[in-house]
Design a protein around this ligand. Structure first.
Ligand code: AMP
Ligand code: MN
Ligand code: MN
Ligand code: MN
Length: 270
């Protein structure tokens, strides 16, 4: 069975609309699927009938832990939850404040950034760093998105603003309040040492975190094995996803369910 519990649409920074992604997910043969856009569940308004695919409501919340940006995926959330809606409203306000701050920071670096143009381009979709990256490419100020992140927007760079995000435990609480399963997204992408990652896992567990992602897109061989150990040590169940953003040669939806190895899959509890 193919599952994919981490994907993005145009409602956040993905390239495909919810309907286009549904089509691709169906073609790929994914049986259990979640759209986990950054800080929004807007895609679900267009996905009521996902015929043939079991769709689990999800979201990827931005949060901060020990001064670092971290992502918490919420799965099987109640879309009608007032707590969830309040939390997402706060996330969107944070994104808006942050967009203004990113604009100021980039302008101070001598870059030409037109926030109104970026807003028009994003339309109703929530603004994130990828939108700034694409604008810098479109205006010829950097050669590609990768360079935009390397120079200006990536971790620790001038446009990487985390001060507006809630703390880890607040994000976990919002997911739990909506009856969801809180999953620590891509644990290896925070560039933490082994012992710092265990600190994060400890705090996540204490906050009410349920699971970690064992597979999140293409990843180094051996990583899943290390994450299995982490999951077992902390009693986490495990999730699998592609973190799909756009159809690229190295990125397609679907992960083989057997990747959960000898851990408990998150979907067992739903
Ligand atoms: P934000 O949600 O505004 O914090 O932006 C984070 C998003 O930017 C991530 O979810 C990725 O989709 C994207 N991203 C992060 N780092 C890079 C990178 N180095 N190159 C391209 N995209 C990136
Ligand atoms: Mn993204
Ligand atoms: Mn993420
Ligand atoms: Mn993601």
């Amino acid at each position: 069975m193919l599952v994919d519990l981490h994907t993005h649409t145009t409602a956040s920074d993905g390239a495909l609309t919810p309907a286009e992604l549904l089509e691709l997910v169906r073609e790929a043969g994914v049986e259990l699927w979640s759209v986990t856009d950054h800080d929004t569940v807007a895609a679900y308004a267009e996905l009521e009938a996902a015929g043939g695919v079991h769709l689990v409501a999800g979201v990827e919340l931005s949060a901060v832990w020990a001064g670092r940006g971290v992502h918490i995926v919420g799965l099987n959330v109640a879309l009608e939850s007032a707590d969830l809606h309040e939390a997402l409203h706060r996330q969107q306000s944070a994104r808006e404040r942050r967009a203004v701050m990113i604009t100021e920071r980039l302008q101070r670096r001598g870059l030409n950034v037109d926030l109104d143009a970026i807003r028009r381009e994003a339309g109703a979709d929530s603004i994130g760093r990828p939108h700034f990256a694409r604008a810098l490419v479109a205006t010829g100020q950097v050669k590609d998105v990768k360079t935009a992140f390397q120079k200006y927007l990536g971790a620790g760079k001038t446009g990487d603003i985390k001060t507006e995000w809630p703390e880890l435990d607040e994000a976990v609480l919002a997911i739990r309040a909506a009856g969801g399963t809180a999953v620590l997204a891509h644990p290896a992408k925070y560039r933490l040492t082994r012992s710092r990652l265990r600190c994060l896992a400890d705090d996540f567990k204490a906050a009410g975190g349920d699971a970690i992602e064992l597979v999140c897109g293409p990843q180094e061989q051996g990583l899943a094995g290390r994450l299995v150990e982490l999951a077992k040590d902390f009693g986490f169940s495990v999730s699998l996803g592609s973190d799909f953003h756009a159809p690229l040669p190295w990125s397609r939806p679907g992960v083989e369910a057997a990747e959960v190895r000898d851990c408990t899959p998150v979907w067992d509890q739903w």
